[in-house]
Design a protein around this ligand. Structure first.
Ligand code: SF4
Length: 478
């Protein structure tokens, strides 16, 4: 019998038992890598460009290797390991095929894989250029019942067992009326795996231990580079508190990652080997996300954005880290080849975004919405209502035409995949066509500022001009 058929017949507890043994795990890791290559490169069911498929298999292989290393070093506690096995293998890899197939049969597309939800605008820091424009005084918070309903409903409708929590600061989420917070949500949805973008300053030892007990969360902690850059953007002393949070998580056995906002000022620091050495080798981060500063938020000046030249340098550096240092490092927006382009607006395998007011936007970085979840539920509808709205459908059509469903030779530059950042005119056209509303005041100001529009359009053209040749060389030539 074939390996994957046998694997699928094993219960999560047997899989868990196998994975806890180093020798079995190493053998399985080798097999998993072969499977990744077979599925992505040899079978290549979507007829994607072969070099993209190789890159995607490599990236996932890197993730498996880092998790393996974390397990071997005892950086993952038994509770966490059990929850990861249950959710990723039990639910995400093995358990939900029927539900997604059923969705496909009914609607002709596969469902989104997850949602990103910012349940509260509250934050204990005040970082320059934060897209959430958060503050400690802000009280805008999603009610617990609604939050819980969304998580359960996406499981039911889409077979989605993965949720991203963003902010504000997720650790501050608390619904006073229900007297429930983030950890209640994790406990009551133990068949969902969560990641949260956090500033890390509230992860003390008891919080880290609680996360280890619950097992179904991995924090991605925001850093800005080294101490100078982190304290410079986030406030004095924050770097030290982050270092402590990482130690607390490692001690408790909770896998964590880093999340970096690349700006014109810190991009050189985050491209250095000492940066990856500090967070991956020394502190024990398992994965990393790079978000290039997006000029919509508290200050929508374009001056903090990395230049097109820096963006190309970042792309080349990220390729080196993936292929030579074997890191699992995802760079929005240079990572388009790995995600097959833009994943917003509920694209199959992608997501959409819900903020603290319940407004639903295509993406956290595309802050213009049409529907609100409170209205949707009041009218007796579901999350599918927004998924199949004309607004989201037309963004998905743009993604398809740009490359997602195109044959290998017709895929356009996935190093510049972002509809709002790299192809601003298209995004603006859709916002106007559907009358989408800004999520906040800064998004509103950006919408009315023609200099901003011109600057964004010029930026996109320049990025495409610079990255186009690399796109062809790295991913399109066979
Ligand atoms: S809109 Fe841009 S940031 Fe959002 S998913 Fe698409 S490519 Fe990424």
């Amino acid at each position: 019998m074939k390996f994957d058929l046998i694997w699928k017949r094993l219960s999560p507890s047997v899989i868990n038992f196998c994975l806890r043994r180093d020798i079995i795990r190493r053998a399985l890791l080798k097999k998993a890598e072969e499977k990744l290559y077979e599925n992505f490169v040899i079978k290549n069911t979507g007829s994607r460009p072969p070099l993209i498929q190789k890159a995607r298999a490599k990236m996932l292989g890197n993730l498996l290797h880092t998790v393996n290393a974390a397990l071997s070093d005892g950086r993952i506690s038994p509770g966490v390991f059990e929850a990861i096995t249950r959710n990723f293998i039990g639910n995400i890899l093995l358990g939900e095929e029927n539900r997604t197939a059923h969705f496909h049969e009914r609607y002709g597309i596969y469902p989104p894989a997850f949602l990103t939800i910012s349940p509260t605008k509250k934050c204990n820091l005040f970082c320059t250029g934060c897209y959430a424009s958060s503050s400690s005084g802000s009280a805008e918070t999603l009610g617990y019942d609604i939050l819980d309903r969304i998580i359960k409903e996406k499981k039911e409708l889409w077979g989605s067992h993965f949720t991203v929590i963003s902010g504000g600061e997720p650790m501050l989420y608390h619904d006073r009326e229900a007297n429930k917070g983030l950890f209640d949500l994790l406990e009551e949805n133990s068949d969902v795996y969560f990641t949260m973008y956090t500033n890390g300053t509230l992860i003390n030892k008891p919080a880290a231990r609680r996360m280890a007990e619950l097992g179904n969360i991995t924090p991605a902690i925001s850093v800005e580079g080294f101490e100078e850059q982190t304290d410079g953007r986030r406030g004095k002393g924050v770097f030290g508190r982050i270092m402590q949070a990482m130690d607390n998580l490692r001690e408790a056995g909770v896998p964590f990652g880093i999340s970096v906002t690349a700006t014109r000022n810190n991009v050189d620091a985050i491209m250095s080997d000492s940066f990856s050495g500090l967070y991956f080798a020394r502190k024990g981060a398992v994965y990393g996300w790079i978000f290039q500063y997006m000029p919509i938020g508290r200050s929508y000046t374009l001056d903090l954005m990395i230049t097109p030249e820096q963006r190309l340098a970042l792309f080349k550096n990220k390729q080196r880290m993936i292929h030579e240092s074997n890191l699992f490092l995802v760079d929005f927006w240079n990572g388009g080849p790995y995600s097959l382009g833009c994943i917003s607006a509920g694209r199959p395998g992608g997501y959409f975004y819900i903020d603290w007011n319940g407004n639903m936007a295509p993406c956290a970085f595309f802050p213009y919405y049409l529907s609100n979840i409170h209205d949707v539920y009041r009218e007796g509808k579901t999350l599918n209502h927004v998924l199949f709205s004309g607004y989201f459908k037309s963004i998905r059509k743009w993604q398809n035409d740009y490359g997602y469903t195109q044959p290998a030779g017709k895929v356009q530059n996935f190093i510049a995949p972002c509809i709002i950042r790299d192809h601003f005119d298209h995004a603006l056209g859709m916002i106007k066509q559907f009358g989408a509303k800004p999520l906040d005041m800064n998004a509103e100001q950006a919408l009315g500022d023609t200099d901003y529009h011109k600057g964004m359009s010029r930026y996109g053209e320049e990025v495409d001009r610079l990255t186009g040749p690399y796109w062809k060389k790295e991913f399109m030539e066979s």
